[in-house]
Design a protein around this ligand. Structure first.
Ligand code: PLP
Length: 436
């Protein structure tokens, strides 16, 4: 009997649709960044979007108190937590939620994946959007219908474009993915836009997966959810990863529309056959987190103030260097558009966002993620910039002492690497036009 060469044997092990998933752009940039750092180069890290802030002290304290808990919990989540999460979602979304409609999972990412696995829906996905939705669809066996957006619209879906995409997708279950405030753009949908999109969703019989993981990092504390306009068709996901700085704790929640018992059962079945439940001490600590009492209001106020001030400083500096980007409204990202520099970049042999990011990293140490990683066409000269490379604890300590003031001197003191990185980036673009 003939034996296959070893690589073929291993390759044959993998389902073709899984083998086709490209490695994450974040990991690639991280690897190249590490290589440069090992060579002694300075790298300005704008690639990885992790909250720099610590978990609030009262929430850590609660985790410590419950560390001894070792029992499995109900697959849908701890009853106390589901009650508290329902109250939290009711406060944040302007719709009303009951504990029976909440599912707790190891991160909202996993819950979104289970929803896709259960439905095999066609995703209506705005470009740009977060990196994981489309690969999840590929794994789950669903399709993606991309909706292109424009910078003039803050990269947000317009009602007419949504209607067209819904019709182009044909019959079957369709899910619009909305992420506000957005990763990768930092923009947040306004009330009026959400109301108009809700009308289209109702008319076209769409479901909405509303990813509100950055809702509490709206810089003005004015998060709006499409659930308040379209409660009958909206799944909301959120969790502790961003506003509470607890990404590694792995706790997310999903709110399901009223009456969606069969979907809740299907998701609980998938959860019970895979992760069983989120770590028990983490669920107990999350009860405290979703109450947002004690030190949390000031923690949130200071986090938002600082992110807003720093985001505005970065956006203003980029605009001064002729790079187009609007001030952000939430989260900790910007999605600058380098289109105005296309000719100058072409003269350097740069025609794609991936090439631009590689050149920037090699020549300046500035690490951005290419727009193509977020569903943009390869030739779009866009990139995501995460402005989180600062010490979150030192920032909160400083703001506690100065009453939350965030002028430029404070930004320079607390986020020197962000400031230096942006100055380096702007200088590189200016230098494209220097002539001898
Ligand atoms: N949604 C968006 C837009 C994100 O940026 C992230 C994390 O990077 C997630 C969801 C995942 O969150 P979680 O940690 O709850 O799985």
């Amino acid at each position: 009997m003939a034996h296959s060469p070893p690589e073929d044997r291993f390759q044959a092990f993998i389902r073709p649709e899984i083998a086709m998933i490209p490695p994450s752009a974040t990991l690639e940039i991280n690897e190249l960044s590490m290589k440069l750092e090992n060579e002694g180069r300075t790298v300005y890290r704008f690639g990885f979007g992790q909250s720099p802030f610590p978990v609030p002290v009262s929430v850590v304290e609660e985790l410590r108190k419950h560390a001894y808990r070792k029992e499995y919990l109900p697959v849908q989540g701890l009853a106390e937590l589901r009650r508290e999460a329902a109250a939290y979602l009711s406060r944040k979304t302007g719709a009303s939620w009951e504990a029976s409609r909440i599912l707790v999972g190891p991160g909202s990412k996993e819950l979104m994946f289970l929803l896709q696995l259960a439905s095999r829906a066609t995703l209506l996905l705005p470009a740009p959007s977060w990196v994981s939705y489309a690969p999840q669809a590929a794994v789950a066996g669903g399709r993606v219908e991309w909706i292109s957006t424009r910078r003039e619209h803050r990269w947000q879906v317009q009602p007419g474009e949504l209607e067209q995409a819904a019709q182009a997708a044909g019959p079957g279950t369709k899910v619009l993915v909305l992420n506000t405030p957005s990763n990768p753009t930092g923009h947040a949908y306004e009330r009026e836009s959400l109301s108009e999109l809700a009308d289209v969703c109702r008319k076209e019989n769409l479901w909405v997966l509303s990813d509100e993981i950055y809702g509490d990092l709206h810089h003005e504390g004015n998060h709006v959810s499409i659930a308040s306009f379209y409660p009958e068709g909206t799944f909301v996901t959120t969790g502790l990863s961003k506003w509470a700085g607890a990404g590694g704790w792995r706790l997310g929640i999903m709110g399901l529309p009223a009456g969606a018992h069969s979907i809740a059962h299907a998701l609980a079945a998938l959860a019970s056959e895979t992760f069983s439940c989120v770590a028990s001490p983490v669920q107990w600590a999350a009860v405290q987190a979703f109450r947002q009492e004690g030190d949390v209001p000031v923690f949130l106020d200071h986090s938002r103030r600082f992110l807003k001030a720093l985001g505005q400083w970065v956006a203003t500096s980029l605009r001064k260097a002729g790079i187009e980007t609007e001030d952000p409204a939430g989260a900790f990202y910007l999605f600058p558009d380098f289109e105005a520099h296309r000719n100058a970049l072409r003269a350097r042999g740069i025609e794609t966002s991936a090439a631009l990011c590689e050149h920037l990293l090699e020549e300046t140490g500035v690490a951005l993620l290419p727009g193509s990683a977020f569903g943009m066409p390869g030739t779009s000269l866009t990139a995501r910039l995460a402005y989180v490379n600062f010490d979150g604890q030192a920032t909160l300590d400083r703001l506690a002492r100065n009453g939350g003031a965030c002028d430029e001197a404070v930004l320079r003191e607390l986020a020197p690497d962000v400031i230096r990185g942006i100055e380096t980036l702007c200088e590189w673009f200016r230098a494209l036009y220097y002539t001898d």
